[in-house]
Design a protein around this ligand. Structure first.
Ligand code: NDP
Length: 452
């Protein structure tokens, strides 16, 4: 039996009904087959068997009361996946689709991503099946307090430092931090993505989107090209999508799509800065739907999501680059083929695991410049790491300083991916490059620290 099927059989048997976790593990382990051949010591120390097993899983009840006085019960999670190179670090996701398997896939990806950033951070992820949509600010606050009233005993600046993800932005981080400070009676950097007046870092909100665009620019530079004049498809309209659009504009490109879970807009004239400001206000302040965009801008068309379709029409427009920035598995095999047929040759993943395995295979076969999420979207957690550094030093860096550091980190992640994929005989394959480079640092640390 091959190394990959042996590991996968065990993972599937031990973690039934967690397809996203299986998918994430299989992709990484397939890349690592190349490494294991050259490093039998990792095999003997059961590094792979240990790295796929979370160090700790915390799962808890979250009861809270809505504005009408009705009681609700949600489920909360924190997956503490690996702490070989630093405290657990990774976001919190509040979305009705959240379950144990999804958070385990995200925590697993986070281990390799955090290693790639060059900063000392282990991997974790958490969240709840709570849906913030349609809730009042007071309801969101009460929910965040109920969440923190359990999780406070497991997190801490030297132990586990959560951040935002889908459904958890500045508002939620504020409520979570306020409650932690109250019950622990300590002002420490227990969360990242904090407000600027109370320990946050400049550029943290922008970091994931900016980083995904810097990564695309690095990939393009291997072919002597830039983003100037390139047409780009972006999905999502949340944090990552907004700042991806902003950086594409800065670098001279044009974004023609944005979406939310109800549908997408196509604006062939491009989403310029004024239109982007409108989207930011719509999504971050008014908490509206993307379809309102076409009422304001007549050049655009709105397409409602159609669950009966076997593909997402957002990915079926002529363009040069794509930045999936909504959620996992939003590009399937058919979408990948559509992207290729439409001339797209750069894909930089702002979202985590947005492409299904058959889609990834198509990108690799067709020599698309394909930057997988764990490399391309690592800018967010990298600036979270920089926020932790600033908190420890009790000072704040300027916007330019943080942005320069982010840019350098994205360049070094790109270089690490290129070097690892070359060294292991698959040049141009950023999937292998990211998995191998991310893995080696963690594996060596685990070897140094003994069987724990
Ligand atoms: P936000 O909550 O700010 O935005 C998410 C966007 O994606 C919204 O437009 C949302 O639409 C859409 N979306 C979410 N779930 C689905 C779904 N099941 N189907 C279709 N659309 C969906 O989240 P972020 O921008 O922070 O995160 C986006 C992606 O980027 C996620 O994969 C996240 O894990 C990843 N990421 C985020 C980082 C960060 O720093 N924030 C760091 C690294 C990765 P709607 O409003 O209708 O739900």
């Amino acid at each position: 039996m091959s190394f990959v099927s042996e590991v996968m059989d065990q993972v599937i048997a031990k973690n039934p009904s967690e397809p996203e976790f299986h998918q994430a593990v299989e992709e990484v382990v397939s890349s690592l087959a190349l490494v294991i051949e050259r490093h039998p010591e990792f095999r003997a120390a059961k590094i792979i068997e240990r790295i796929v097993e979370p160090e700790r899983v915390i799962m808890f009840r979250i009861p809270w009361v809505d504005d009408q006085g009705d009681v609700h019960v949600n489920r909360g999670f924190r997956i503490e996946m690996n702490s070989a190179i630093g405290p657990y670090k990774g976001g919190l996701r509040f979305h009705p689709s959240v379950n144990l398997g999804i958070l385990k896939f995200l925590a697993f990806e986070q281990v390799f991503k955090n290693s790639l950033t060059t900063l000392p951070m282990g991997g974790g992820k958490g969240g709840s099946d709570f849906d913030p949509k349609g809730k009042s600010d007071n309801e969101v606050m009460r929910f965040c307090q109920a969440f923190m009233s359990e999780i406070y005993r497991h997190v801490g600046q030297f132990t586990d430092v959560p951040a935002g993800d889908i459904g958890v932005g500045g508002r939620e981080i504020g409520y979570l931090f306020g409650y932690y400070k109250k019950i622990v009676n300590e002002f420490t950097g227990v969360l990242t993505g904090k407000g600027l007046n109370w320990g946050g870092s400049l550029i943290r909100p922008e970091a994931t989107g900016y980083g995904a665009v810097y990564f695309a620019a690095e990939m393009l530079s291997t072919r002597g090209e830039t983003l100037e004049g390139k047409t780009c498809l972006v999905s999502g309209s949340g944090n990552v999508a907004q700042f991806t659009t902003e950086k594409v504009l800065d670098l001279g490109g044009k974004v023609v799509t944005l979406s939310d879970s109800s549908g997408y807009i196509y604006d062939p004239d491009g989403i310029d800065r004024e239109k982007l400001n409108y989207v930011m206000d719509l999504k971050n302040i008014r908490r509206g739907r993307i379809k309102e965009y076409v009422e304001k801008y007549k050049s655009a068309t709105y397409f409602a999501s159609d669950p009966g379709l076997d593909h997402n029409p957002l990915w079926n427009h002529k363009a040069d680059c794509a930045f999936p920035s909504a959620t996992q598995n939003e590009i399937n095999g058919k979408d990948a083929q559509n992207l290729i047929d439409n001339g797209i040759y750069v894909i930089s993943e702002g979202a985590n695991m947005p492409t299904t395995p058959d889609g990834v295979d198509l990108f690799l076969e067709n020599k698309v410049l394909y930057g997988p999420g764990k490399a391309a979207n690592a800018g967010g957690v990298a600036v979270s790491g920089l926020e932790m550094t600033q908190n420890s030093m009790r000072l704040s860096w300027s916007r330019e300083e943080v942005d320069n550091k982010l840019h350098q980190i994205m360049k070094s992640i790109h270089k690490a991916c290129v070097e690892a994929s070359d060294t292991y005989g698959t040049p141009g394959n950023y999937v292998n490059g990211a998995n191998i480079a991310g893995f080696l640092k963690v594996a060596r640390a685990m070897m140094d620290q003994g069987i724990v």
